[in-house]
Design a protein around this ligand. Structure first.
Ligand code: ATP
Ligand code: MG
Length: 578
């Protein structure tokens, strides 16, 4: 019997469903160097490279060529391109781009739902040496305009359902030369039909050889804390994505892997495309609207083995109740991972109980280009911790003056610059880029602490940490305690200015099905936190909400709660969910 609420989940490599790719964290860390793994990503003989070649075309020499790269589940059917298909189609698309004047360094943006053309065009863009970017398909015209304007995009690839939104802002985008439209489409001025162009394009293309540090793609951040930043990444990122996919997500050649992140965000690119492709792994893409039942069915039908998702999705599944899960066979699952937001212990325990496995939390950012801190299959999980730095990555907790702090002290979560997937630019904003680097460290903007065993624990975004009656309280800790209350589905916690205490803790709570707001429930929740956590950390104020404001990638936007509470303007809302 598994204990219901273990604080530590012990691992014994021999008892796991499969021997993990990384069996011993400590020894891997001891003599790790990226250079020693360079062969795994196959640079060209001139020491140049192209991430699209690493991800796809190099597999043409091996049996991976015939493997399905993606099972794309659309509302109306499925598509199953192999690695060879993607190599050939992206060659064609690269030819289309070159024919229409795309050159190294040009920005080419993809504004598509999760369809095959998205993957093909991303790879095709990389092959030409241009800079690829994706825009989440739910973006409205304003969000679209901001990003296309800021980046000076030359070409946008979209479909007939989304094209209106591009048309809406096109007259204000003088640098946008062409709009390529997928599906059944008759092009007008400045427009091209994807299908027609592809039909007449050659499937041979000389992939452009790039310097490892040449720019490959740029992605805008999630906008959780403010205006999204256009973060630029290089071809060489893929070495880190390749190795972290292998050691942290633990993908093996026969895995069926499902990364639920949309390719509009960095997780969907780094771990929904570059990392798994480079490892030659078959992935699932579900292009349909979320429902817990559909998701369980995908795992059941496709025998998914490795599942990389986000706390918001896990909480949604928890909210729907576990009865639906019981209808499906989920026994194919072998390894679970989560990213994007703090993973509440409650979510881990839920996974243990209903999926028989623990979610492995990991931490990174758009700016970091890949996972930097993680829980590994071979390593004990301390429930609530983000785990330990990837071998080759140095993380530390430093104070505002750049002094490294001892274990068990809260401070800035910082990284030693120089890991291969570190951003190289914030588009149009050198000042912003420079502001990340101080005293020889990359400052993440998150607050955390490290324990005596080297595990890192998330406290909150620097801006979200609450100062109440002389104490610093991390919203994550309070939110995690709140969701352990049987009535609470989701919680967002802020500091509300208060004359007496500096700030008081206010919690916004969405209830589980079958619970109704009441003063008694408020009092009960407050009592629950007081006894669970600490007297000073309980929310003096509680407000029940139907839902909490979230980014389109599912992160709770505490700044929106705070601005609403204080009657202040909310700022950039381009990534706010409807
Ligand atoms: P913006 O930078 O525009 O405000 P964002 O920070 O949400 O948006 P992302 O780069 O998508 O944009 O997210 C990175 C952030 O997500 C991290 O800095 C951290 O705050 C949070 N995060 C990611 N993974 C974890 C995790 N495992 N635990 C806690 N927080 C996490
Ligand atoms: Mg950020």
């Amino acid at each position: 019997m598994t204990e219901m609420h273990p604080k530590v989940i012990r691992k014994e490599v021999g008892k796991l469903k499969k021997v993990p790719n990384l069996v011993d964290y400590a020894s891997a860390k001891k003599d790790f160097s990226y250079d020693a793994h360079k062969d795994e990503i196959e640079l060209f003989v001139d020491e140049k490279m192209n991430a699209a070649y690493v991800a796809v075309d190099r597999h043409l020499k091996t049996p991976v060529k015939k493997k399905v790269a993606l099972h794309i589940i659309e509302e109306t059917g499925t598509k199953q391109p192999t690695f060879a298909d993607l190599a050939m189609l992206s060659n064609k698309f690269a030819n289309v781009l070159v024919k229409h004047g795309v050159k190294k360094g040009d920005r080419v943006f993809i504004f598509l739902p999760r369809i095959e053309e998205l993957y093909v065009s991303f790879l095709g863009i990389l092959k030409t040496g241009a800079i690829a970017s994706t825009l989440f398909a739910a973006f409205g015209p304003d969000a679209l305009f901001d990003r296309l304007k800021d980046s000076g995009a030359k070409i946008v690839i979209t479909d007939t359902t989304l094209k209106d939104r591009v048309d809406n802002v096109r007259s204000r985008l003088p640098e946008l030369e062409k709009v390529i439209v997928t599906g059944d489409f008759n092009p007008g001025d400045g427009e091209l039909s994807y299908d027609k162009e592809m039909d007449s394009a050659s499937d041979k293309f000389d992939i452009v050889h790039m310097e490892p540090k040449d720019r490959a793609y740029m992605l805008y951040t999630s906008g959780t804390t403010g205006k999204p930043k256009g973060v630029v990444h290089t071809h060489y990122d893929i070495i880190h994505q390749h190795l972290t996919t292998k050691w942290i997500l633990d993908l093996h050649e026969d895995d069926i892997y499902w990364c639920t992140a949309d390719p509009g965000w960095v997780t969907g690119i780094a771990y929904g495309l570059l990392g798994p492709f480079s490892n030659g792994i078959t992935s699932i893409v579900d292009a349909r609207r979320f429902s817990a039942e559909k998701w369980y069915k995908v795992i059941n039908d496709y025998k998914v083995t490795v599942w990389y998702t986000a706390p918001t999705a896990i909480r949604m599944m928890m909210k729907e109740g576990a009865d639906i899960a019981k209808k499906y066979d989920l026994s194919s699952l072998r390894h679970l991972a989560s990213v994007g937001e703090p993973l509440n212990p409650e979510a881990i325990w839920w996974g243990l109980e209903h999926l028989g496995l623990a979610f492995h939390d990991n931490w990174w950012q758009t700016e970091t280009g890949g996972i930097l801190i993680a829980n590994y299959p071979c390593m004990d999980i301390k429930v609530g911790s983000m785990g330990k730095p990837f071998p080759g990555v140095t993380a530390a907790i430093v104070d505002d003056k750049g002094k490294v702090l001892p274990p068990k002290t809260e401070g800035n979560l910082t990284i030693k610059p120089g890991w291969p997937s570190m951003m190289v630019e914030v588009w149009n904003n050198k000042e912003k880029y420079d502001s990340y680097f101080k005293d020889g460290w990359y400052i993440s903007g998150d607050r955390a602490w490290m324990d005596e065993d080297g595990y890192f624990w998330f406290v909150g975004r620097a801006d979200d940490v609450i100062k109440t009656a002389g104490h610093r309280v991390g919203p994550f800790e309070v939110e995690s305690a709140l969701v352990e209350h049987p009535a609470v589905a989701e919680a967002g916690v802020i500091g509300k200015p208060d004359e007496m205490y500096g700030e008081i803790i206010k919690a916004f709570i969405a209830l589980k099905k079958g619970f109704a707001p009441s003063d008694e429930l408020k009092a009960d929740i407050q009592k629950f936190i007081k006894t669970k956590l600490a007297g000073h950390a309980y929310p003096k104020e509680i407000e029940f909400r139907e839902t909490l404001p979230k980014t389109r990638s599912g992160k709770i936007m505490r700044r929106v709660l705070k601005c609403e509470e204080l009657g202040l303007p909310v700022g950039d809302t381009s990534t706010l969910e409807d």
